[in-house]
Design a protein. Structure first.
Length: 300
C-alpha cells in the first residue's frame, strides 16, 4: 500500500508562513503530517529559497496538478480572494484565522469548499495552547455568573488586518468554546487616531442570560496579554491556571489536524461542530462591527 501524499504550497511568508514552511520541511515522525509534501512557496517579494523550499509563482501553484493543498498565511485582507482562487483550482485550503473579513464571504467560501468536496480548514492555534486547555478544564461544569476577557496588544494596521472583531476573533472563539453560544447585547469602540489607540468593548449574554464582556485594546507599547475574570457560583477565576509547556508546537498541532482531515480521519460530528463554531464567530464579529459603526443615536 503506497501511503497517500498531498503536495502543498505555502502562500505568504510572514511569521506564520515561515513557521509553516519549517513544519512542512520537518514533519513530526509518524504523525499525519508525514503525508504532506512541500512543493514550494508563493510570495510577492522575491526570496529564491527558504530552508531548501523553492519560490514558485502563484500561477504555477494554481495550475500544478501535484499540488493538492494550499497553506494561506497572507495578511487578513487578502484571505478571502486567495481561498477562492485555490478552491476554484480544486485545491484543499488551510488558512490562518480569520478566514475572511465578512460573514457573507465566509459562508460563500465554505459552501464552495463543500460543493467541490475540498477541505477548508481554519487555523485556531489559540484553542491548542496549553494555557487554554487548562483554562477549559477549569471552567467545564461550572455555572457562570458573569465574566470578562480583556486583551491588550500592539497597534495593527486595520487596512490589512480588518476590524478588531475580526482580527481579534481568537478571543471570541475562546468565549464561544468556553461558554457556548452568545448573543451580542451592545458593542462600542473608542479610537484616538492621534495616539494610535483603539478599544472595543463588547457585551454578550450567554444562553442562560448571563453577562460576558470582551475588551480588545490596542495601543503603542501595549504588552500582548490576556486578563480574565470569570465568576461562577462556586467562586471567581482571575488568573490562568498553571500550564505545562507543550512538546509539540502550535502550528505543528494545527498541521496534524489538517492532515487528519485530508486523510478522512476526523469524524463528521467534529467537523460539523467546528464549522458551526467558525461561522458563528464570524457572524458575531460582523454584528459587533455593525454595532460599533452605527452612528450615535441622537435622542431629541
Amino acid at each position: 500500500q503506497i501511503s497517500k501524499m498531498f503536495g502543498t504550497v505555502v502562500v505568504g511568508v510572514g511569521i506564520a508562513g515561515l513557521a509553516r514552511i519549517r513544519d512542512l520541511m520537518n514533519p513530526m515522525p509518524s504523525s499525519p503530517s508525514e503525508h504532506l509534501k512541500l512543493f514550494g512557496f508563493v510570495s510577492r517579494r522575491s526570496f529564491g529559497n527558504i530552508h531548501e523550499a523553492k519560490q514558485i509563482s502563484l500561477e504555477d501553484a494554481l495550475r500544478n496538478k501535484d499540488i493538492h493543498a494550499a497553506f494561506i498565511s497572507t495578511e487578513n485582507r487578502s484571505h478571502e480572494e486567495t481561498i477562492r482562487m485555490f478552491l476554484e483550482a480544486g485545491k484543499h485550503v488551510l488558512v490562518e484565522y480569520p478566514m475572511a473579513l465578512s460573514a457573507k464571504a465566509a459562508h460563500e467560501l465554505w459552501e464552495m469548499a463543500e460543493q467541490k468536496g475540498k477541505v477548508l480548514h481554519v487555523e485556531h492555534i489559540e484553542l491548542l495552547t496549553e494555557e487554554y486547555k487548562q483554562l477549559k478544564k477549569e471552567v467545564v461544569g461550572k455555572d457562570l455568573v458573569k465574566g470578562t476577557l480583556h486583551f491588550t496588544g500592539h497597534v495593527l494596521d486595520e487596512n490589512k488586518s480588518g476590524f478588531p472583531a475580526f482580527s481579534g476573533i481568537a478571543r471570541l472563539t475562546w468565549l464561544i468554546d468556553l461558554f457556548g453560544d452568545l448573543t451580542v447585547t451592545s458593542a462600542t469602540r473608542e479610537k484616538q487616531k492621534d495616539k494610535d489607540y483603539s478599544r472595543m468593548t463588547v457585551h454578550f449574554q450567554t444562553a442562560n442570560k448571563k453577562p460576558l464582556t470582551w475588551i480588545e485594546e490596542r495601543g503603542p507599547g501595549m504588552r500582548r496579554e490576556k486578563k480574565i475574570n470569570f465568576c461562577f457560583t462556586s467562586g471567581c477565576l482571575e488568573n490562568f491556571p498553571e500550564a505545562p509547556r507543550s512538546s509539540v508546537g502550535l502550528f505543528m498541532q494545527d498541521q496534524n489536524l489538517f492532515a487528519k482531515k485530508l486523510l478522512g480521519q476526523v469524524s463528521k460530528e467534529e467537523l460539523a461542530a467546528e464549522k458551526w463554531r467558525i461561522l458563528r464567530c464570524l457572524d458575531l464579529a460582523e454584528v459587533i462591527q455593525q454595532y460599533c459603526e452605527e452612528p450615535e443615536k441622537i435622542y431629541s
